[in-house]
Design a protein around this ligand. Structure first.
Ligand SMILES: Cc1cc2nc3c(=O)[nH]c(=O)nc-3n(C[C@H](O)[C@H](O)[C@H](O)COP(=O)(O)O)c2cc1C
Ligand code: SF4
Ligand code: SF4
Length: 434
């Protein structure tokens, strides 16, 4: 079995799977059970400053979007940071860390954007034996209206400032958790780095309204006839999260900044994808809320088996896909492929025909007895038929070998790659050549 031992910015854990700061990590009872189930670490539910705790709504706080089989694709929440007293959380964190010294325990913190507030809470957190802190610069609701959470995360100067205060005040490693509710995620990541952050983690939840009650005419979840925007998480946000992680990992300014990947991780494969795009470890919330703590066991065995099959170690996986993340203009325009339908696998549903005929390139023929075939002279290889076909691997995209003539363009496929930067139709290429 592959060694999954993880060392993220000096914080060791038996595997790279941490629970993200959220209800699964809100109290000692949960975290002990999570550790028993096998989680490598937890980021404790976000702590606020001492004093009266925040107040949550007493009506529904979650909304959801589902796939056709009612599988949960996205969870929307209007929950705030922990609503339990600071001293209770700190006491419980200390007890858990004492009993599970090999697991990572990170304190997520959100206090007002004032130096005194950070200086007051950090020594208390340090005293619990926590391995690090995560600055919650992302909470998209409730706290941002009070100048915290996403209100900080959307302002790179404030991120830099808070990170610097923390680095000056504590010996604990500082992870800055970023909000996706921003135009260019590289800017807050750069700010965190300037402030001295040891790492960034992303993403927090995405501003969203999941549905509208069409009798009450109010967003859901609805509380006494009204609803508010919430934060979306779960499998639906994974594509956005992967892109943001990759943007930070491949940006020269932040390429050396460690990343904890978050957003829709449900299986070992999701985790491996985040890591291939540069995440040193992953954090999970919705999958645990949907399937329970034992979901980590499939993640551990699956990732371990994958690494064994590939004959690589965990550190070799981190960032392995980054050299292959390219800007569009560098994609090889001499790479030509065609859709091919496996007639034995085809169930003759006709989806590929409808999609290609109505919205793509009229490149699929349907015979009277419903045999579907690709017209190579029309196929532009867009992949839409592959994406809509309900049978996995029934349609595949096959590369044309160099030297063959593409029946669509009448041109011979070239072996040498060529991209848009040198293409004759590109006005900028002409300017560069002159
Ligand atoms: C109900 C709920 C409460 C959350 N509370 C916090 C929080 O207190 N602090 C925080 O940093 N993130 C919080 N999050 C965000 C998660 O930590 C995580 O960033 C997000 O859910 C994306 O991961 P996922 O797709 O695995 O759920 C919360 C998420 C949910 C669903
Ligand atoms: S790849 Fe695109 S163009 Fe080709 S057959 Fe499929 S849908 Fe049509
Ligand atoms: S979508 Fe797939 S299964 Fe359906 S007709 Fe086309 S190739 Fe066959």
């Amino acid at each position: 079995m592959a060694d999954l031992t993880s060392n993220f910015i000096g914080i060791k854990s038996p595997n790279p799977f941490w629970l993200a700061s959220a209800p699964p990590t809100d109290k000692e009872y949960n975290v002990r059970r999570a550790f028993e189930a096998g989680w490598g670490g937890v980021v404790w539910k976000t702590l606020g400053e001492a004093g009266p705790p925040v107040v949550n709504v007493n009506g529904p706080r979650y909304g959801a979007i589902y796939g056709a089989d009612r599988r949960l694709l996205g969870l929307n929440n209007i929950e705030l940071i922990t609503d339990r007293p600071l001293e209770v959380n700190l006491r419980e964190m200390k007890a858990v860390k004492r009993d599970y010294p090999d697991r990572a325990l990170i304190a997520s913190i959100m206090v007002p954007c004032e130096e005194e507030a950070w200086k007051a809470i950090l020594p208390l957190v340090e005293e619990t034996g926590a391995d690090g802190i995560e600055l919650n610069c992302g909470c998209p609701h409730g706290m941002s209206e009070r100048g915290m959470g996403a209100a900080v995360g959307q302002n790179p100067d404030l991120i830099e400032q808070i990170t610097r205060w923390c680095k000056q005040t504590t010996r604990m490693p500082v992870i800055v958790k970023l909000t996706p509710n921003i135009t260019d995620v590289r800017l807050p990541a750069q700010a965190a780095k300037r402030g001295g952050a040891d790492a960034v983690s992303l993403i927090n939840t995405v501003n969203s309204i999941t549905s509208v009650d069409l009798d009450l005419f109010a967003p859901e979840p609805t509380i006494d006839g009204k609803g508010s925007h919430g934060g979306l998480c779960g499998p639906a946000v994974k594509p956005m999260a992967l892109n943001m992680v990759a943007e930070i990992a491949r940006s020269p300014e932040t390429a050396d900044l460690p990343i904890s990947g978050i957003g829709g991780v449900t299986t070992w494969k999701d985790a491996a994808e985040f890591m291939a795009l540069g995440a040193g470890n992953v954090q999970v919330c919705t999958a645990a809320m949907t399937y329970g703590f034992k979901v980590v066991q499939e993640m551990i065995s699956g990732l371990s088996q994958y690494l064994d099959e590939k004959q690589i170690g965990l550190p070799d996986l981190v960032g392995r896909a980054i050299p292959n993340v390219s800007d569009w203009q560098h994609l090889n325009l001499n790479y030509v492929s065609k859709a091919v339908i496996d007639q034995d696998a085809c169930i003759k549903c006709g989806r590929c025909y409808a999609a290609c005929e109505d919205t793509s390139h009229q490149a699929i023929a349907m015979s009277e007895d419903r045999v579907f075939t690709v017209k190579d002279e029309e196929c532009v290889a867009c992949n839409l038929c592959v994406n809509v076909c309900p049978v996995e691997d029934c349609i595949t995209m096959e590369r044309m070998a160099p030297g063959q003539t593409d029946p669509r363009t009448g041109k011979v496929v070239q072996a040498e790659p060529a991209d848009w930067t040198t293409h004759p139709n590109n006005p900028m290429a002409k300017v560069a050549a002159e």
